[in-house]
Ligand binder design. Structure first.
Ligand SMILES: [Zn+2]
Length: 230
């Protein structure tokens, strides 16, 4: 760290500068090179010959590349058919230099006109899971006017670890015990690892069904669902 004009700067020592990298490629190619360093991890290296100058676009991680990797790149640009094992290994080893896309931010909306999902979630978590479920919950973005079948009342996605509740249920006619039951069902998905039954993916395992029936208002909720949504 250097302090310069009141600003902190982090200096990183690279094996190459942009200039020396460009020069090394020129040497390997035997022609002038115009080098542009990028942060584009989907196209690590591209080259196009224009007016006798090789225009090379290269990921900035290659500032750290050794002469063998640079030679291989030059050979690839020249011949266009090269398996590039050193290049590939270099990318693997320097993977942490790749700027990953930030995780998709899902904004959670839990408040409703009639039902507060956060409140229901916390209640269920306390009453049935010792507060151990750590999933997000949100009203889904689906249009509430659509006809709704049982499956679409709620969903759980393991990737974002997110429970979505269909906004059609944010309605004064939907009893609290019913929406709480749907929240409980999705929280069970979050809590129970999805079991495999042979080759068939069994999302609602026997264990899942057993646990589902432990919901205090299970009979009442199933009955209400039968009368209302079918
Ligand atoms: Zn389910």
């Amino acid at each position: 760290m250097q302090k310069e004009n009141g600003q902190h700067q982090l200096s990183i020592l690279f094996a190459n500068t942009e200039n020396s990298l460009s020069r090394a490629l020129e040497k390997g190619l035997g022609r002038p090179v115009s080098l542009v360093l990028t942060e584009n991890s989907s196209s690590m290296l591209s080259a196009r010959l224009r007016d006798g100058v090789m225009h090379v676009r290269l990921h900035s991680m290659f500032l750290n590349a050794g002469p063998d990797v640079i030679d291989e790149m030059a050979g690839f640009i020249k011949k266009r058919r090269n398996s590039m094992p050193l290049f590939r290994r270099f990318i693997r080893d320097n993977n942490s230099c790749i700027r990953r896309k930030p995780p998709q931010k899902v904004s959670l909306k839990t408040g409703g006109r009639y039902h507060d999902l956060k409140e229901l979630y916390d209640e269920v978590n306390r009453e049935y899971f010792c507060g151990e479920i750590e999933a997000g919950i949100t009203w889904g973005s689906g249009k509430a006017r659509y006809a709704v079948r049982k499956r679409t009342l709620g969903s759980y996605s393991a990737g974002p670890n997110l429970i979505r509740i269909n906004p059609v249920m944010d309605n004064s006619r939907v009893p609290r015990y019913f929406i709480k039951y749907v929240v409980y069902h999705e929280m069970l998905h979050a809590g129970i690892a999805i079991q495999k039954n042979g080759s068939r993916r069994c999302v609602h395992s026997a264990e899942f069904r057993r646990r589902e029936k432990m919901f205090r208002d299970y009979e009442r909720a199933v009955d209400w669902e039968r009368r209302t949504w079918r």
